[in-house]
Design a binder for this molecule. Sequence first.
Ligand code: NAD
Length: 518
Amino acid sequence: MTSAFSTVSPIDGSALPDVAATPIGEIDELVAKARLAQRAWADKSVADRIAALVPARDRVLDRAEAIAKKIHDEVGKPEVEALLGEVLPSADVFNYWSESIEELLEQREIDLDKLSYPGKHGVIHREARGVVVVIMPWNFPFALPLRTIVPALLAGNAVVFKPSEVSPRCGALVAEIFDKLLPEGVFTIVQGGGDAGAALCSADVDLVVFTGSVASGRKVARACAEKLVPCSLELGGKDAAIVLADANLERAANGIVWGAMMNAGQNCAAIERVYVEASVAKELTEKIVAATKALRAEDVGPLTTSAQRAIVARHVSGAKKGGAEVLVGGGEDDVESPYRATSDEKGYAYAPTVVAVADDESDLMREETFGPVVPIATVASADDAVKRANASKYGLTASVWTKSAKRGEEIAKRLRAGVVTINNHSFTGAIPAAPWSGHGETGYGITNSALALEALTRPRFVLVDRSRGKKELWWYPYTPALRTIALAMAVLRSGTAGLFAKVGAFFRLLGGFSKRWK
Ligand code: NAD
């Protein structure tokens, strides 16, 4: 039987340890157990839940080296990148939520007009959503799941987590972080492929938090719509970097190369399009090419799957056929390159590549490439750059490179993106207090920040009425006096009625009241 899971190392083709799949037939039962456990978990105080999770944060830090090595072995990411991008930010996630969750979940009283609502007192409580399914991709296999799992648990939910079939061993690392810290059923891992994900979406759950491709995201949205279960979707990206003529070109080139090549470009927020103003296009391109040539194999790992390498190669060769010029990389000619893509049968390396493009017609400029490729297009003006950046069906993050913070901020307001960074790119996903979201086919999920709690919790409004009257004004019977009162109130609340009309309405109101309560 073929495995649902990745079986070979993307680095050298060696065998990876076996993983046991969760039988699909057991998923409903696991979810039922989670539901049972959730009630008792939600009844605990927030302080108790925080205390239960603190050791998990320490495990992340104490096992930093081992976690980074396992991530490297399974998905090919350089170990230092795993430390900086997966381990340390995950500890920050625990810290941020442990420090803020109590206040964020605090009940809040609403203002009620004493005249209209006498004796009434209303409070908004935030309660856990219930059983939350977390379905994740392979590109940040440790940090991404934790960004949702930690606040979901602290808010009182039970979590059922399904890692990608490409990174099940990293998924198991996440589960080990919580091992024996939580009551049984509060955190459950389900190992499997798309069929396991689909089974989870059709199970008796309260929310699906999904990160992955647009194609799978649509399936998740359909399945959730069928059951009227909410889902949060964080999908693909095609981020643009806009370089203005006044930019610090050295910084822009270095930042763009990092923003495009980090994680071998397998980042939803990788720079996949550069729009540079014509007067500095040549100089910026030269600097980007030089910085790319200086990259070493230990800086940029291989692609994680052969399918991903095939997409990258197809996008680059398609753009070439359409007239684009490969300035460095491309994976074909350089026999000396440590990244040779075509002759290396074992690993999935692809040479960091820079391409000069004339238009946005190719797949390289329209579809998500998810590889170490920087396409550069020259534009006549910043307006032109904004127009082309916004023309994508995606809208995750974008960056503007300029010495003028004011101009950068003005352009940021016009960009169709969930995150805009000025003179930097994409790293804000590691800041737990900063919301991460998108437009269009990037989906409508929000990760990180207090705003993420909107999906992970639901409001319950409780109103206590201490009035002693036999009836409310608006209860039966509907008499002419009640009609008079309603019409008088409309005049009194109107912004356009004059003083004379309001005085008249006031007296009609008093008359109405005296008849109504007679
Ligand atoms: P994918 O869609 O192939 O898989 C993602 C997850 O969905 C996996 O766990 C998979 O098993 C599961 N799945 C597949 N079919 C399913 C179904 N019918 N029902 C439920 N679950 C199903 O995506 P991938 O290749 O693992 O990830 C790469 C994609 O993720 C890229 O498009 C990338 O941009 C995106 N991504 C987005 C963000 C973001 O924040 N917007 C972050 C990281 C990755």
